[in-house]
Design a protein around this ligand. Structure first.
Ligand code: DGJ
Length: 743
């Protein structure tokens, strides 16, 4: 039977039945929306209420005086509130004018459609006319305040993914203060899971952490005004026995770029409440009559075929329903970025020299990074002054762009539109345009302030400046959008005192408006997201930017961990991956050019070093790397990615991409430190056709698919010799790339 959403009027139950999962809800006796089941697909039936547990734990508070078994604290719910016998974390908190915080959202109606409507003000997943979806919008109402709450669920039939979000409309006559407004709540019947989170800091973004659920609250969050490197808005609950290849996992990814929270509360009864949404810390929204507040969307993936199965579902879904469709399947140009080659110290001649060297090795796009505008010769000045520096670019952006284009390269430009330096024309004209709190000193970050994007005038003004540069700057094909400081003293002179806790969220809405305008006016321009590296690597940015600079850390060894864990939800086509100089500028490690390339192949390849200083032998090797990558990039863009050996578990990392038809696979193996006197590694592959035979490209060696997956490739000296790669598996920081082709 076709996946679908069922509603049963008699039992008042909703069954969202995907290809492989079921999600079941029901209207509770008190009118609230309850949760029944989320997990492996169940056959549909009219009534699942025998699965419904109510009970009391003695000396407890119950909803109905005559029924002491109806305690909300023990009932699984869809969108809980606090104060009427559920003591767990609520999904929503509303302060009313009489001081009451009690709300009671009761089922009113629902609507099933075969479309997906856009969200108010926020980017979200989408569908096209050819792709099948079903959406269920359930309306609940709090009678006292006349607040209308709409919970919307969308089932994406082919990709087998569920998304949900919440919207609240004040249909009452009095304004209310919304103090918490999460996107989702899921009450799971057990706590027997491990929570996988992707946390870190600048230059070590999205490091995988796994910890068992424990009683009480466990969470990830950002308070920095960005989705952040501190905690990616993505987490997974998996069973302890779940591996890459098998087992159950529930995953949640918030389509949002600002302050967020993801949390799990384990109760004394060993149940787990899972929540995700806007961070309620330092949040308050003055919802006046007639106004609507939209919570961001959560993408929910349930997998019962392991973590690789979960990631495949995310990757396919994001390629079809999230990432900017202009770009998602277009081969991305191999780029050179001048940042680590020159930092701020460049002029037109130096840039052209670098571009000429880049052209010779097969690079396709030149990116002029920070330092081309105002008086920006260091990071203490000129953000906001989006006009070229005539000392560095005597012929303007256009003059340089024309020369680069004439070399046969595309041209790209760096911007940081959300920021202003106190030492800038823009700041001197409009000191009131930055995020600030009256009469308090402003904390600077990288010598800069954050512009107040809650103010439409600021967004429009900066947009006009940047759009002018792009319109007049020659044939610009690429923009790198950077963001280099987190927020402090979060406040706006543009909003009244009572709305100051709206600033962080309103800022993000303003940023999205800018982004939307940019990609709408310039759809032919590839906009790469960046935030001091990977501090804003989230699904919302991917709706505009199909690729994001994954991290400022371009050391090959560090990148293993970063790219490995980023792949849990985000496809390889979203990860900017550059080969940079050694000693590496972040960790000062020496790795071979080969290893740096072998890591960067599993992403969108770029170079970020001074090619004019390299010997001919290295330039030749780079030309070979680029030629090789160009042959593989379609596979990297569209294939299924498999994590094979984890850098978090040992000295070795391995991964592969398999083409959708299973005819080709690109395998990467990396060993950090050489070890004496150990048995050879046997690398078991995944995703191949067990019936097929594969040849290792460049050799006459054949393996069967079943053998490669069950026994693997053993890296013993005899076989390595036969494959011609014995010399690659010696010493520290060794790497091997194998291309398997079906014969
Ligand atoms: C941070 C980025 O991540 C770098 O790649 C570079 O663009 C610098 N900013 C420039 O200031």
């Amino acid at each position: 039977m076709q996946p679908t959403i069922h509603f049963e009027a008699n039992s008042q139950q909703f069954h969202i039945q995907g290809k492989t999962f079921s999600y079941i809800m029901h209207v509770l006796a008190n009118g609230n929306l309850g949760h029944l089941y989320y997990g492996t697909k169940l056959r549909h039936r009219e009534d699942f209420s025998h699965q419904f547990f109510t009970g009391s734990y003695g000396n407890t508070c119950t909803v109905f005086p005559e029924d002491d078994s109806y305690c909300l604290d023990l009932i699984a719910q869809e969108y809980p509130t606090y104060g009427t016998s559920d003591y767990r974390q609520p999904a929503i908190e509303v302060l009313q004018q009489d001081g009451s915080r009690i709300v009671n959202f009761v089922y009113e109606s629902h609507k099933l459609t075969q479309t997906k409507a856009p969200l108010v003000d926020l980017p979200a997943t989408f569908t096209t006319a050819e792709q099948q979806v079903e959406s269920l919008a359930i309306t609940l109402r709090d009678q006292m305040t006349n607040l209308k709450l709409v919970l919307t669920y969308t089932l994406f039939i082919e990709t087998d993914v569920l998304t949900r979000h919440a919207r609240i409309e004040n249909e009452g006559t009095a304004s209310v203060q919304v103090q918490r407004f999460l996107s989702m709540n899921l009450d799971l019947p057990t706590k027997d899971y491990e929570m996988m989170t992707f946390t870190g800091a600048w230059v070590r973004e999205r490091h995988l952490q796994v910890s068992p659920l424990h009683h009480g609250l466990q969470s990830i969050s950002s308070t920095r005004g960005t989705s952040s490197s501190t905690a990616n808005p993505f987490f997974v609950l998996k069973q302890p026995t779940t591996t890459e290849a098998q087992g159950e996992a529930y995953a949640f990814n918030l389509v949002y770029s600002g302050n967020h929270v993801g949390q799990v509360e384990v109760t004394p009864f060993d149940t787990a409440r899972v929540q995700q949404g806007l961070n309620y810390f330092d949040f308050n929204w003055d919802l006046q009559p007639g106004m609507t507040l939209q919570a961001p969307e959560v993408v929910m993936v349930y997998s019962n075929n392991g973590l690789n199965g979960m990631s495949h579902r995310f990757h396919n879904f994001y390629r079809q329903h999230l990432i900017n469709q202009e770009w998602v399947n277009r081969e991305r140009p191999v780029l050179i970025n001048n940042w680590e080659a020159t930092y701020f110290d460049f002029n037109e001649a130096k840039i052209l020299e670098l571009a000429q060297a880049a052209k010779k090795v097969g690079i396709e796009l030149f990116v002029l990074d920070d330092g081309w505008f105002g008086k920006r010769n260091n990071d203490q000045t000129s953000l906001g002054d989006w006009f070229h520096n005539p000392e560095k670019l005597p012929n303007g952006v256009k003059g340089l762009a024309d020369k680069i284009t004439a070399l046969g390269l595309q041209f790209g430009l760096w911007i940081e539109p959300e920021m202003v330096s106190p030492n800038s024309v823009l700041y001197r004209q409009h000191p009131e345009w930055v995020i600030q709190v009256p009469n308090r000193p402003q904390t600077l970050g990288r010598n800069q302030c954050v512009l107040d994007f809650t103010n439409d005038e600021v967004v429009d003004h900066v947009y006009a400046m940047i759009a002018k540069v792009i319109r007049e700057g020659g044939d610009i094909r690429y923009i790198k959008w950077d963001w280099n400081r987190t927020m402090t003293e979060i406040g706006s002179l543009n909003l009244p005192a009572g709305q100051q806790q709206e600033v962080a969220h309103r800022y993000i809405i303003g940023m999205y408006r800018f982004y939307h305008q940019l990609v709408t006016e310039f759809p032919h321009i590839l906009v790469e997201g960046c935030a001091a590296g990977g501090s804003r690597f989230d699904p919302a940015i991917l709706t505009y930017s199909p690729q994001i600079w994954t991290s400022d850390d371009s050391d090959a060894v560090e990148r293993l961990k970063i790219q490995y864990s980023t792949s849990f939800s985000y496809p390889l086509s979203t990860m900017g991956a550059h080969v940079s100089a050694v000693p590496n500028h972040q960790v000062h490690r020496m790795t071979s050019l080969k290893t740096r390339g072998d890591v960067a192949f599993f992403g969108v390849l770029g170079y970020e070093l001074d090619l004019t200083q390299l010997p001919e032998s290295e330039l030749a090797a780079i030309a070979e790397q680029i030629a090789f990558y160009k042959e593989q990039r379609n596979l990297v863009l569209t294939g299924d990615f498999y994590r094979l050996l984890s850098p978090y578990q040992g000295n070795e990392t391995a991964w592969s991409v398999v083409s959708p038809d299973q005819k080709r696979s690109l395998v990467g193996y990396y060993r950090v430190l050489a070890q004496p006197n150990v048995l050879p590694t046997r690398l078991q592959l995944q995703g191949l056709n067990p019936e097929a035979t594969y040849r290792v490209q460049g050799t006459d060696y054949h393996f069967n698919g079943d053998e490669l997956m069950q026994w693997g490739i053993e890296f013993n000296p005899r076989l390595l010799q036969a494959l011609g790669i014995l010399d690659q598996v010696v010493g520290d920081y060794a790497s091997v790339i194998l291309v398997l082709e079906q014969v």
